[in-house]
Design a protein around this ligand. Sequence first.
Ligand SMILES: Cc1cc2nc3c(=O)[nH]c(=O)nc-3n(C[C@H](O)[C@H](O)[C@H](O)COP(=O)(O)O)c2cc1C
Length: 194
Amino acid sequence: MTTDERSLCWAEFERATRERAHPFRQPVVMSVDEEGYPSGRVLTLREADEQRRILRFHIDRRSPKFAQFKKQPVVGVVFYDGPGKWQVRVRGIAMLHTDDAVARSAWDRCLPMSKRTYLATSVPGMEIDWDAPNVFPPGLERRRPTEEESEVGYQNFAVLLVDVVELDSLHLAGDGHRRFHIIDEVHKVRRLAP
Ligand SMILES: Cc1cc2nc3c(=O)[nH]c(=O)nc-3n(C[C@H](O)[C@H](O)[C@H](O)COP(=O)(O)O)c2cc1C
């Protein structure tokens, strides 16, 4: 029975940032919406830093989730590995970065096609015409922007850092499920009834 469940989780988070097909690469990240409902969506995991206990995601600052995290900085993240029959649930605190050193450094490392997302002229979630071709500026529908063109997107770009507080890790197995609760800051791992 492993007690090093914390390292196991963080090692897989980190691997998921490098391996495109990793099942932990696109977890469901939850906020609380304006009416108090849980609001989940898939986000791509960009960085996992075990030492700082930080998960990094990129979001559009015009999107509803940005406003939700700003108002209520609590986050739930669910990672799911189907073939591995493994679920990890994270509770954490949301920290938003726009127009600062954290945002700039993340932006500078984005690929041009990722930057193009932030050039969309419509605010994410707003209703658009049925016959609108897409939301990119004319000329950029089918090609990656130049560095200069993509820079306009920086004003819409935000980094969401999740300061991880707790983890709940569950492995399903024929010979007995295994579940652990981890208080991340103090590396405390407890075994729980699955
Ligand atoms: C595979 C996949 C990866 C995604 N990655 C991101 C991402 O990294 N950042 C992001 O803002 N939205 C991402 N999305 C879109 C979100 O799931 C969501 O639809 C969008 O951000 C709007 O969310 P909101 O209305 O809750 O603000 C991704 C969607 C899919 C299907």
